[in-house]
Design a protein around this ligand. Sequence first.
Ligand SMILES: O=C(O)CCC(=O)C(=O)O
Ligand SMILES: [Fe+2]
Length: 265
Amino acid sequence: MSKEIPVLDYGLLTSNPAKFVQDLKQAASEWGFFFLKNHNIPQSEVDKNFALAEKFFHGPNPGDEFKINKDNVGYSGRWQEGYGMDDHISYNFSGRYRMPMTLPPILAADYDRIQEFKKSVWELALELMRGFAIALNLEPDHFAKWHDFNKDPGMNLRFMYYPENHKPEEGQTRIREHSDFGTITVLFQKDVGGLEVLSPSGTWVTAPVIPGAPLINIGDFLQIWSAGELKSTVHRLTFKNGSAERYSMPCFVGANVSTLYRGLL
Ligand SMILES: O=C(O)CCC(=O)C(=O)O
Ligand SMILES: [Fe+2]
């Protein structure tokens, strides 16, 4: 079993699909986490998002009207999560439909581009779901067919900012230990790492930042849906692992909001 988070080559999907599916299954059943290189999401778009996030989080507080709403869209300030102990700021671009004029002005101009970006991540996640289905001897669309981007996608693209904080108090974290609840998460990291992942042997392993390779993990629902074959793994960011300013961009991909999960199991 690998001591490090596996790095998968998406290029194998065309050159050697059987090997890709095998790697995918091994990574997801041992670690529940893997890096993916040679995917088709343009790095230039990822860079634009991080540049925008930097402008946004360093800009003025967007104000109450842009605070996170019942549709899980909007801004959350410091210490609003993790029972008041998590030190991060975020902006959630959930779902598919939203009028640009309701976005904070700094983000509004990029609305269409961000929706396109979400769609490209969504499509990548669907290809991975097909790989998982094949790996588990299910029909290829077994998971993917419940994820229709044109309906009511269970998607949240999140800009995250961890401010520099050299004096955290006892018990404070950047993001506390948790697993993600959906199907698949695709995490883009900028330049500063620090994410810790619980390894198969039960030790915390710090994920590197691999330029051009997002970190992908299985969510709770895919773990349940695969009868535990694919693992939803606990992860966290503590201050022990660094206090420098950090940007990340997780994209949480989940089944359509209208899906009655109970019927799928
Ligand atoms: O910022 C990160 O690297 C991880 C964020 C995360 O795990 C989450 O938002 O669920
Ligand atoms: Fe997470």
